[in-house]
Design a protein around this ligand. Structure first.
Ligand SMILES: Nc1ncnc2c1[nH]c(=O)n2[C@H]1C[C@H](O)[C@@H](COP(=O)(O)OP(=O)(O)OP(=O)(O)O)O1
Length: 310
């Protein structure tokens, strides 16, 4: 369901490379001392020059910026960087290099240069987009992304599309949010983004409404025969071969005479909820206007979320 934006397709493009050199569980990064991204840790790369291929530009930039000769480089991603106020797209070609030779040499442009353990990555001192796509580099999942920047630290919009050639299968699930006035019912052990885990698989031939009622009955003592469908959410986990299509229902029990949760549930004020997948999801659901959404999740981190009117 995720659609890649196309409005900038005809903007002129400046081609750039960015290469990450990886050795076991470490990545080589340099501190940029001038130009775009000054003061940030980054991989090695820069603008393509006329009369060279993008691959040759990537190899040249690695040599110029850290002194190493890249022996094996694999293209892992394409990123369109758009800046508000500019009609030029910076088209970044992202490479992964896991074979290299030579010695590290710092330069005026890049110093210091250091190996970082993957779990000690200086993400707070890198481009803000990196934390959204670096999981794909580490897992070697090809991707295409678009980031619309307001300024160097603020992303207004982002899209990340996985480019696997294998088509992911769809699994159909339902989930029901039970609400009463300004509260929703939750189990005591909900953790972010648990909303995508506690749901009910729809069985073959079963209607979505039936599955939602079955979900309700297995968790609450409830007599209703009506649930209201609010959203369809596609949830893609970076490293599973399926996409979960979750049909979200909302059940308002404010006016029900008989309603008892049968498990370990409690009412929680909407404003105090920390655990929902992202802040916008719950508020959009409770506006009671149907919508569609897409989430790309790596472990429990949301890398990309999109909302569409139904
Ligand atoms: N958000 C964003 N905008 C622009 N560039 C980047 C990002 N995130 C990034 O990671 N990058 C990368 C892409 C390139 O590798 C560098 C920028 O290249 P630059 O240093 O300007 O290119 P050079 O050709 O080396 O420049 P000079 O030598 O002319 O200074 O950041």
């Amino acid at each position: 369901m995720l659609s890649y934006p196309t409005y900038f397709e005809f903007y002129p493009r400046k081609l750039m490379t960015l290469t990450f050199i990886i050795k076991n569980d470490e990545v080589l990064l340099g501190m940029k001392n001038r130009g775009i991204g000054k003061g940030k840790w980054n991989g090695f790369g820069g603008k393509k020059e006329p009369n060279e291929t993008i691959f040759d530009a990537a190899k040249r930039e690695v040599k110029e910026e850290c002194g190493l000769d890249a022996i094996s480089m694999k293209k892992i991603g394409f990123i369109d960087f758009e800046y508000v106020g500019s009609n030029e797209i910076m088209e970044g070609h992202i490479y992964l290099c896991d074979k290299f030779e030579g010695d590290i040499v710092e330069s005026d442009e890049m110093a210091p240069i250091k190996w970082f353990k993957i779990d000690e990555f200086p993400l707070d001192n890198m481009w803000v987009d990196h934390k959204l796509w670096f999981p794909m580099v580490l897992k070697k999942i090809p991707f295409r992304a678009h980031f619309k920047y307001l300024d160097d630290d603020t992303i207004l919009d982002s899209t990340i599309k996985l480019l696997s050639i294998l088509k992911k299968t769809k699994e159909i699930w339902v989930n029901v949010i039970v609400k009463k006035d300004n509260q929703i019912l939750t189990t005591n052990n909900l953790e972010e983004p648990k909303i995508f885990k506690s749901h009910q698989k729809v069985t073959k031939g079963e209607s979505l409404e039936n599955a939602a009622l079955r979900y309700l009955k297995s968790n609450y003592e409830i007599t209703t025969k009506e649930v209201q469908k609010m959203a369809v959410i596609d949830v893609e986990l970076t490293d599973t071969p399926s996409i979960k299509e979750i049909h979200m229902f909302v059940m308002d029990v404010s006016k029900l005479k008989h309603f008892t949760p049968i498990n370990d549930y409690r009412w929680i004020d909407i404003n105090n909820i920390q655990f929902f997948a992202d802040k916008k999801l719950l508020s959009t659901l409770l506006m009671m206007k149907p919508f569609k959404a897409y989430f790309l999740i790596d472990n429990d981190d949301i890398l990309c979320s999109k909302y569409y009117k139904n």
